[in-house]
Design a binder for this molecule. Structure first.
Ligand SMILES: *Cc1c(COP(=O)(O)O)cnc(C)c1O
Length: 726
């Protein structure tokens, strides 16, 4: 690939001095582009320069969060203005309703990779439009749709103005999905028909979804779409209906739907999250079972050099050699060598990081006592207060004179999230409660700098989300590379990382009322602290070293730092997403979009013809085993399935007919039924045999389905057409 991957994200967490991020999504994007930069991987980042960024947090005496939005001064920050060849500032225009808004462009130059950030604060815009890109996630749906127009449509225009023609377009979350609108418009302006343009765009786009709950996916009223993009539909060569159809779900325009409908590949950010996403997408296409919805998974990782404490880097360079830092970028196994580091040296480095944290964050904790960290966005599902569910129990753990435990919290709540604000108040009041004797601290204004101190300096990193709500989580990965032990609900990345020796697992309950989940999960946390974490931490040998603890620190670093680094993550995106999609896009675009056009025509034909397709009959017969010899005892039951399908104009080779055999609640077999003839015009006959075990108590249920296929589809159900038997 000579042309870069264009990585679009509404947030980038690169540096605390550039607060254009709010949490995990942005920090991940920042770590990712830094990784591409380290590896000299062709990539360009596209985002928004929010003049006031995300807010700074102050907490008042009564626990109220106060949000302050200081004006960013770009001239002092790590950004430079992008200029044209003639020395004038680069500008692009985006359509916002019936206005044209001019955007100026800032660049963060990492060395090899640049991130371009768009900014509407220009004299030529109206006073209202100048404020358009003022705050990240500020305002209501109108601001949101404007931001997404700036990001998607403006972003493509910026890359074009820079003369770039990306190999693959990557939407980091649905916020960026309007980039497909703009690319379709570009094709249309060149005379390409809308449906062909959609296929061309789709063939070269990938989408990463991060949000496991439906409410987290942006969607807009159709009327809002008309207000802001009503003049854009025809420019794409589409009718209003067809343009809106690209994102239609539940009578709204859903950005995730748009992203899925214009991407060749979709991925979730952990194994568990990909499963949750399949179930979520199943609501969009109820005819297609969750198991058949194609969602890859690429688990998030962190940019290790950003997060590892200086004391640790130095120690590892010293004991493992200077090339070690480069080696682990390409060889995750190199982390095994952490086992060679002497125990006392590792402990010293950890204690040093801890002292630095206590100093910088002004925490009144002793250095030789167990300190637990909990820092993340204060969204309700993360349950910052789970520890305090049973205050007496917590006190017995924390205030134990011989083996005390200290807790430090940090995190912002979205200013519109009342439940999150209440959580902050609760934790803050605990920190002020004299009965708790300063065993709880709340650090204000969680950001990249504070995150670094915390993940480097505490002893245990606690993570208590409601299971399945945490798409991946990354802060525990940051802790792990610093020898900080992770104690977490088996959710997100931890579900695939925990090996019984590298931290602690809270199983996490699901499928019961919230209150009971909280009871069970808090009980599990208390037990871990009482029986394992506290005793292990305070179990010292004659050198005052907690040997078992240090062994776990080493196991944690050796087993987690490699697999959960962003180097591994980028190489997976390269192999699973970018390379195949790049090949696909060259194929689609060659010969004046010949394949894109063919696929568009094929889909149009199928959409027209499919409503007539019906399964006329399904016959099920037990059959004797062909070729059976008398001396073999027959154990299996063979079932012959025959079906007649009315296909009308659709050719039998363009469909796949399958029987789905379910025995019991989860066992499922899929059998391909072969074409056997078409004695009646327009009716295809198909059959196949399935072998089941007659000793199964349950009677199998058999359903037949037919759906259109094409070698040129990126996924089996790309057309989202399927017809089932009764
Ligand atoms: C890493 C990080 C996050 C994300 O952490 P989670 O584990 O996803 O909660 C959020 N905010 C900041 C400042 C971070 O550094």
């Amino acid at each position: 690939m000579e042309q870069p991957i264009a990585y679009f994200s509404a947030e980038f967490g690169l540096d605390a001095a550039l607060p254009v991020y709010s949490g995990g999504l942005g920090v991940l994007a920042g770590d990712y582009v830094k990784t591409a930069n380290d590896l000299n991987y062709p990539m360009v980042g596209v985002g928004i320069f929010y003049r006031r960024g995300y807010f700074e947090q102050r907490i008042l005496e009564d626990g109220t969060q106060q949000a302050e939005y200081p004006q960013l001064n770009p001239v002092q920050g790590p950004v430079v203005e992008v200029l044209c060849d003639d020395g004038r500032p680069l500008e692009v225009e985006v359509p916002i309703g019936d206005r044209r808004v001019v955007l100026k462009v800032w660049k963060v130059d990492l060395g090899r990779v640049s991130i371009y950030l768009m900014d509407a604060d220009m004299d030529r815009n109206s006073p209202a439009d100048r404020k358009l890109t003022d705050q990240l996630y500020g305002g209501g749906p109108e601001t949101r749709i404007c931001h997404e127009i700036v990001l998607g449509i403006g972003g493509v225009r910026v890359l074009r103005a820079l003369g770039l023609n990306p190999a693959v377009w990557h939407m980091n979350e649905g916020h960026a999905a309007f980039l497909s609108f703009e690319r379709i418009r570009e094709y249309s302006a060149r005379g390409v028909a809308f449906e062909t343009a959609v296929e061309a765009v789709r063939a070269s786009t990938v989408f990463t979804t991060h949000t496991p709950v439906p409410a987290g996916h942006d969607s807009f009223d159709f009327s809002l779409m008309d207000k802001y993009l009503g003049n854009f539909y025809w420019q794409m060569g589409a009718t209003r209906e067809r343009a809106l159809q690209l994102g239609a779900a539940d009578q709204r325009f859903n950005m995730t739907r748009l992203a899925v409908n214009t991407s060749a590949k979709v991925n979730g950010v952990s194994r568990l999250h990909a499963q949750v996403t399949r179930r979520l997408f199943h609501f969009f296409t109820p005819e297609i079972p969750a198991a058949d919805t194609e969602v890859e998974f690429i688990t998030n990782g962190i940019h290790t050099p950003t997060w590892m404490a200086k004391a640790f880097k130095e120690l590892l360079c010293e004991t493992l050699g200077r090339h070690w830092e480069c080696e682990v970028q390409t060889n995750p196994k190199a982390w095994q060598r952490v086992q060679e580091v002497p125990d006392e040296r590792l402990w010293q480095a950890h204690q040093q990081a801890k002292r630095e944290m206590l100093l910088h964050l002004n925490l009144p904790f002793p250095t030789d006592c167990l300190v637990v960290g909990f820092a993340r966005r204060f969204a309700s599902y993360k349950r910052a207060n789970l520890l305090f569910r049973d205050i007496q129990r917590w006190k017995q753990i924390a205030l134990n004179a011989g083996r005390p435990v200290y807790f430090v919290f940090a995190g912002k709540a979205h200013p519109a999230d009342a439940a999150g604000l209440q959580l902050i108040r609760e934790i803050y009041l605990h920190s002020r409660n004299p009965e708790f004797q300063n065993h709880v601290a709340m650090v204000e204004n969680y950001n990249l700098t504070i995150a670094k101190h915390l993940v480097q300096g505490v002893d245990v990193w606690l993570n208590t989300p409601q299971k399945t709500m945490e798409a991946s989580g990354t802060s525990g990965q940051k802790a792990a590379v610093n020898g900080v032990l992770h104690c977490s609900v088996m959710d997100g990345w931890w579900d695939e990382a925990y090996n019984g020796r590298n931290g602690w697992a809270i199983p996490g309950s699901t499928g019961i009322p919230q209150d009971q989940q909280d009871d069970q999960d808090s009980e599990a946390v208390y037990e871990l602290f009482e029986r394992q974490i506290v005793p292990m931490y305070y179990d010292r040998d004659e050198d005052s070293l907690p040997r078992a603890w240090i062994a776990m620190m080493k196991e944690s670093m050796a087993s987690l730092a490699g697999p959960f680094s962003s180097y591994r993550m980028l190489s997976e995106y390269d192999q699973v997403m970018y390379q195949p999609v790049w090949i696909r896009s060259r194929n689609f675009l060659a010969n004046d979009l010949a394949v894109a056009k063919r696929v568009a025509d094929y889909k149009a034909f199928m959409r027209r013809s499919w409503p007539k397709v019906r399964i006329l009959s399904v016959a099920i017969n037990n059959t004797p085993l062909a070729g059976k010899t008398d001396n073999i005892v027959e154990e299996n039951l063979h079932i012959l399935i025959q079906t007649r399908v009315y296909l009308g104009e659709v050719w039998h080779k363009d469909v796949r007919v399958e029987a789905i055999i379910s025995c019991g609640p989860c066992l499922q077999k899929v059998v391909d039924l072969q074409f056997t003839g078409d004695r009646e015009p327009g009716v295809g006959e198909f059959e196949g045999v399935v072998t089941t075990n007659p000793s199964d108590e349950s009677q199998p249920t058999i359903r037949v389905r037919v759906f259109p296929v094409s070698e040129e589809f990126a996924s089996r159900f790309e057309l989202e057409l399927v017809t089932w038997s009764e």
